[in-house]
Design a protein around this ligand. Sequence first.
Ligand code: AMP
Length: 117
Amino acid sequence: MAEETIFSKIIRKEIPADIVYQDDLVTAFRDINPQAPAHILVIPNKLIPTMDDVETGDEAVLGRMMTVASKIAREEGIADDGYRLMINCKQHGGQEVYHIHLHVLGGRPLGPMLSRG
Ligand code: AMP
């Protein structure tokens, strides 16, 4: 059984977060340490620790994460100039929180890759 992270508490609104969207499958909120003028995380309400844990049965929620990311990018005003979607997986991918999250980043030219320095 996977261990819950702080993101489960955000979904249940047990700790504060700047939630910009929530439905039956996903929750989206502003990253606490933004790496770009717009930086939002879209996560499944169900705990899936990493991309290595996704199953065929998760296709609906994974698809919803994508459509919600697109909608949020439009609402944030970053869609016309473009943006980046990113999911880090495990240690080599730089994953810090083991509850999959789709980073939506934009609002400035992001270059060929993002570096946290
Ligand atoms: P990753 O390295 O892909 O696992 O990214 C984890 C992200 O979660 C980082 O960008 C953090 O700034 C962000 N983060 C961690 N805790 C919180 C929180 N309580 N609220 C919002 N974002 C968070």
